[in-house]
Design a protein around this ligand. Structure first.
Ligand code: FAD
Length: 286
């Protein structure tokens, strides 16, 4: 199966992110969403990994299903939280057996239902990347935060730790943001540190006003006043979605114009916005 590092070398990648649902019914609905997005021929899809135990098995099942039953390349998220080296090795062996060799190596955020007392052999995502690097067959991505990770004490240390991680990873995917300048600045700051690893911008189309404000706050992404103004009078969910599609389409076009090596869509397990943005941008078989 294609390695993301190789795909990036041939041109921009277009990818979608999903999270593992908690119920069987939601799992079925997600399989339908992924099937609906398959004709867009994404470069890859990625499946998030819960910091707690409850959905971790579903992540593995979903990644294996995408690999086995669709034509799409899957990428499995993996976190430091609550994992020993031995457990990570077992998970990687299982993925490799199933033909999955793309991994997004993350620090992870403890979730409310997580077993936070589980021991971990890894403190930072870079430690996990270093460990995974001992397996030459893997293509390894990491997370980047254009507006600085919420736990970083300052911008300088954030960029230095990110640069150290990117020197040993194959690519990064960013947290979502709403202004192209955040992305441009991130790429420039890393270049100043001598790092030119591909950084794929993450794009979150707005579909729900209160949800996007909450998620922005949690992830450290500024929610710009111009976007709040545009959404202020939109009470109908369809109108909110239409604005979200419009805003995301413009951001994606700007990102491609400044040379982003791809676009990664946070789908929230729905396909409508992503399909419409694809069509607006004239990408592939929308
Ligand atoms: P790290 O790279 O470890 O960084 C975390 C903090 O530690 C930063 O402030 C960094 O500057 C600092 N730091 C790094 N190294 C050092 C050091 N040596 N000394 C001191 N400080 C240091 N979370 C999940 O739980 N599951 C997912 O599936 C998931 N998917 C994600 C996908 C994307 C694309 C992104 C952007 C985020 C995702 N997250 C996910 C969230 C992510 O796990 C959190 O943002 C987490 O808090 C940090 O992850 P990281 O990989 O950036 O961590």
């Amino acid at each position: 199966m294609a390695k993301i590092a190789d795909l990036l070398a041939t041109g921009p990648t277009f990818s979608f992110e999903f999270f593992p649902p908690k119920t069987d019914a939601a799992q079925l609905s997600l399989l339908e969403t992924i099937t609906q997005l398959e004709p867009l021929q994404p470069s890859f899809v990625s499946i998030t990994y819960g910091a707690g135990g409850s959905t971790r098995e579903r992540t593995r099942e979903l990644v294996a299903w995408v690999r086995r039953d669709t034509s799409i390349t899957p990428m499995a998220h993996l976190t430091c939280i609550g994992h020993t080296k031995l457990e990570i090795d077992e998970i990687i062996s299982m993925y490799l057996e199933k033909g999955v060799d793309n991994i997004l190596a993350l620090g992870g955020d403890p979730s409310t239902d997580s077993d936070q007392t589980s021991p971990s052999d890894f403190t930072y995502a870079k430690d996990l990347v270093e460990h995974l690097r001992t397996n030459a067959t893997l293509s390894i991505g990491v997370a980047a935060h254009p507006e600085v990770h919420p736990r970083s004490p300052d911008r300088r240390s954030d960029r230095q730790h990110l640069a150290a991680k990117l020197r040993i990873a194959d690519f990064a995917i960013t947290q979502f943001f709403f202004e192209v300048d955040h992305y441009v600045q991130l790429v420039e700051e890393l270049a100043d540190l001598g790092v030119h690893t591909p950084i794929i911008p993450g794009v979150m189309p707005v579909t729900n006003k209160s949800q996007i404000q909450r998620m922005s706050q949690m992830s450290g992404a500024a929610f710009p006043p111009w976007l709040a103004d545009r959404l202020a009078d939109a009470d109908d969910p369809e109108e909110v979605q239409r604005i979200g599609i419009d805003v995301a389409t413009q951001l994606c076009a700007q990102l491609l114009e400044v040379g982003a090596p791809g676009l990664h869509f946070y789908t929230l397990n729905r396909s409508t916005s992503t399909r419409q943005i694809y069509e607006n941008l004239g990408l592939r078989n929308a």
